[in-house]
Design a protein around this ligand. Structure first.
Ligand code: 13P
Length: 344
């Protein structure tokens, strides 16, 4: 893998049938996930949980093209002394790393955030490359609320994403560019049309900034939200509307030279996230591959089944393999409710 070009790595990340496992929950987020199953968020428990996922042989081999890790995990060893990074690589999957240092309150912009982490990023990328990472992730968050988002917030976040992406490519690391328009806004008027407008505005701004930063679009992966109604919206959109509006928005904003688009799940249920992806792929072909880079929608069932108990590892791996398989079908537009039953 050492000599692979970033274009080849980007293409491998979005191979049809496969997608990315987002296992890069920050310390705060993984604690929330563990709280939901009454497990303490200790270093060993985090290691055991992630080791369970990465040693799911069939899921990893067949359906997981890459894994996004957190700083702690890229340095961690499995219980048998092997590096977790090597376990991922041995399964034919590519290790990646979250490199932003979080979305922080944006000065002068009440209710909005800007993602930090550019200072010293070149040196950190060098180290991550040595540790085995071949792609990276940076997540910007855009809130929809009364009077939000502001242009200032979109512009600042898009600029940071572009500077990050350029630095990654300089270090032969594929940037996952993730501008997330959040689903969980407070306003009832946050319907699918509002999400479509904001997502289009954000993606247009991001690609303008990527161009100015001289980022090679062939060597990146876009990780957007789907175009979907907010959690508190008065009206929920049908799956077909989500698929149609998302594809329309991407066609209007994402250049054809981008090899792939790997969606985040953003708070959708497992089945919703799979269903939406499958409907979209059934509408293809497109100039880019459409796949998944899910956190919650890939892990929820496995996390619950595991519940912190070594005896549950095999069953939790089955749950993870099932979800990965369903999403693998969705990358080909071949998932249906019946596939859930057949596989179960
Ligand atoms: P979710 O799929 O849970 O939204 O997580 C994906 C991710 O990596 C967010 O940055």
């Amino acid at each position: 893998m050492m000599s692979k070009k970033i274009e080849e790595i980007a293409a491998a990340m979005v191979t049809p049938g496969k997608g990315i496992l987002a296992a890069d929950e920050s310390s705060g987020t993984i604690k929330k996930r563990f709280d939901s199953i009454n497990v303490d968020s200790t270093e060993d428990n985090r290691r055991d949980y992630r080791q369970m996922l990465f040693t799911s042989r069939s899921a990893m081999r067949k359906h997981i093209s890459g894994v996004i890790l957190f700083d702690e995990t890229i340095r961690q060893k499995a219980a048998n002394g092997k590096n977790l990074v090597d376990i991922i690589g041995a399964a034919g999957s590519i290790p990646g790393i979250k490199v932003d240092t979080g979305a922080k309150e944006f000065a002068g912009h009440p209710g909005e955030k800007v993602t930090e982490g550019l200072d010293g990023l070149r040196e950190r990328l060098k180290e991550y490359h040595r540790l085995g990472a071949r792609f990276a992730k940076w997540r910007a968050v855009i809130d929809i609320a009364e009077g939000l988002p502001t242009w200032g917030c979109i512009k600042a976040n898009a600029h940071a994403l572009a500077r990050y992406a350029a630095l990654c490519q300089e270090q032969r690391i594929v940037p996952i560019v993730e501008p997330e328009v959040l689903m969980d806004g407070p306003v009832a008027s946050h319907n699918i049309n509002r999400c479509a407008k904001v997502t289009e505005w954000v993606l247009n701004t991001v690609f303008a900034e990527l161009y100015e930063a001289r980022v090679r679009l062939e060597g990146m992966v876009l990780k957007p939200n789907m175009v979907i109604a907010g959690k508190n919206a008065r009206t929920k959109a049908k799956p077909e509307q989500v698929a149609e509006q998302t594809v329309r928005c991407l066609k209007a904003t994402v250049p054809a030279s981008v090899p792939g688009i790997a969606f985040l799940s953003g708070g959708q249920s497992d089945i919703e996230a799979t269903h939406h992806l499958s409907l979209m792929n059934a509408m293809g072909p497109f100039p880019w591959n459409l796949t998944f880079s899910y956190g919650r929608a890939l892990q929820a069932a496995a996390l619950k089944t595991w519940a912190g108990k070594p005896d549950n590892v095999a069953k939790a791996q089955e749950a993870f393999a099932h979800r990965a398989h369903m999403n693998g079908l969705a990358t080909k537009g071949k998932w249906s409710k019946a596939s859930e039953k057949r596989a179960a």
